[in-house]
Ligand binder design. Sequence first.
Ligand code: ADP
Length: 397
Amino acid sequence: MNILVINCGSSSLKYQLIDMDSKNVLAKGLCERIGIEGSKLTHEPTGKDKLVVNQPMKDHQVAVDMVIKALLDAKQGVIKNISEISAVGHRVLHGSKYYSDPVIVNEDVKKVIKDCFDLGPLHNPANLTGINACEAVMPGIPQVAVFDTAFHQTMPEKAFLYAIPYEYYEKYNIRKYGFHGTSHSYVSKKTLEISGLDPKDSKLIIAHLGNGASISAVQNGKCVDTSMGLTPLEGLIMGTRSGDIDPAVLQYIAHKEGQTIDELLNMLNKKSGMLGMSGVSSDFRDVKKAEDEGNHRAKVANEAFDYRVAKYIGAYVAAMNGVDAITFTAGVGENDGLKRAQICAYLGYLGVKLTEDQISIRGKEALISAPNSKVKVYVIPTNEELSIAQQTLALVH
Ligand code: ADP
């Protein structure tokens, strides 16, 4: 049984076709610059040559059509007929309080995704377009929505309520939701599996450090706190997002520069974080290179990133009254041994000690704490697509 996983961003579409019997990825790919000049599809069929198609994609419908065409391609395709796709799993950012568990898409589900456009303005509209586009080319094939907020639904009120008038929670469901749920769920389960910890008596901290970054506290297999909030803007410093900030900063800049709240939110989402602090790039590799070349702002951006992660780890140790294991995942967490070492340098008080050779661990599952470390530290590559496919399969099987 093959499941197609679709992850639509505002101008991108990532996909994987997974054979669920073998768990093998048959093909994966990316449509970039949808709706912008220079659109491009990169299709990577396993064991075959890569296919790159430079062709305008005015919207996600065109992108989905191109993906299906590539999957069916006589040379670089991996299936002969569209009926070989049994179901489609869509990553959906926000379902507010209405949906958190994966659900087969119907008109009600689509309405909720639409009602949440203002909670996830960059993602929810793209997610819905992706669903509609797949329905159009694959009528009758079940479409499943897997919500990014799902794993965090177990947070207690003390963790998810903001200290603002309660009426806003009652009227508009304003609360912390948390994101990257599929990743935190997948990686925390893997951590339990490989550590041999008792799932019913365990305290984990999962640090998903990528372009988007979030961290969660997982006690006895359930999320008890996470750093992202109503939207994916809160918490850690990210590639282009500020993370935590005093809201009064917005009022101050608004008054000084005559900017609207929408312009300011755009600044916090797209021009801040590593990019804004360093002035160099949102890509951690570029910022590190600039730091190595003597760029002071790049150095401070890197230090601030590590410091923020370490502060959250400290907070979550307090929240759970201890920690058994800390796991690093996503682009930076999986690949950047120096960053892991710099973050863990703050954690001596917990008895965290890393091995010397962890520095060279890249993109593979590994225990990176020394035998005498009081807390186990792991690198576990995340696999959101496989997790979405598994949750999709569970619903349609
Ligand atoms: P997202 O899925 O949120 O777009 P990723 O998890 O793919 O992000 O992470 C992307 C980030 O990972 C980039 O900023 C990139 O610099 C960083 N990254 C990838 N490989 C490495 C590496 N070898 N060393 C340091 N950073 C890396």
